[in-house]
Design a protein around this ligand. Structure first.
Ligand code: MG
Length: 230
């Protein structure tokens, strides 16, 4: 393993446990808005929302949707997919989601242990495509801000992963070079292709053992594996 100085982490799904935080939020909302009155069950609602949201974020990362479309359409699309009408979506559902979800603080297993270990040996930073106003709440609620020097937001710098420009911007911001850096993330398109575009070493965090045939430099299923790797 090379002698790195800086480690870049992705945030959602890599450190901040999106699956768990999102499921908890949706089940809170299911109760709060009494969504069972529409004849739907909570597990289907959560599963459908996650699949709609995943697809919309993929479209966002590929430049096919904008932020406002994600925010205004994810619940209407979820309702539609469940055989309900778009107009049935309660007025404040999305606002409540945006208020509650980022304030959930679950992190991926071993995140604190691994970040504590790595932050004593490297400079750690975050590169995220997530929305800037929610990302800082997630970082603060999950108490991981103390491990990081820089947080690079795509919305602030103007480029999204996998564009190599965001990696070059990040490297410039920390006054480093590509050779001294390694990227860790859960997304083959944004994080791994992005690092490859930038010529940066990378680790694919494949928590759910996703099948793929993309060339990756290192692959782990548990964050703890980083302690052996780095
Ligand atoms: Mg991610």
């Amino acid at each position: 393993m090379k002698d790195y100085t800086h480690i870049f982490f992705d945030l959602d799904h890599t450190l901040w446990d999106f699956e768990k935080n999102c499921s908890e939020t949706l089940s809170d909302l299911f109760r709060e808005f009494q969504l069972s009155k529409f004849g739907i069950v909570q597990d289907d609602f959560i599963r459908t929302y996650k699949s709609v949201n995943y697809q919309m974020w993929d479209d966002y990362n590929r430049g096919r949707l904008n932020k406002e479309q994600i925010r205004s359409l994810r619940f209407p699309f979820t309702f539609e997919q469940m055989g309900l009408k778009r107009e049935d979506v309660p007025a404040n559902l999305n606002e409540e989601f945006l208020r509650i979800c980022p304030a959930k603080g679950h992190v991926v297993p071993f995140a604190h242990e691994v970040l504590d270990y790595l932050s004593k040996r490297y400079f750690l930073h975050i590169i995220t495509n997530g929305f800037k106003e929610t990302q800082h709440i997630k970082i603060s609620t999950s108490d991981i801000g103390k491990y990081f020097q820089e947080v690079i937001h795509s919305e602030i710098c103007g480029w999204k992963k996998p564009d190599k420009a965001i990696f070059e911007y990040a490297i410039g911001k920390i006054n480093s070079s590509c050779e001294e850096c390694i990227m860790i993330g859960d997304d083959l398109f944004t994080d791994i292709l992005g690092a490859r575009n930038a010529g940066m070493d990378h680790v694919f965090f494949n928590r759910y053992h996703q099948q793929h045939n993309q060339p990756v430099m290192h692959e782990i299923n548990c964050l703890r594996d980083l302690k052996n790797l780095l």
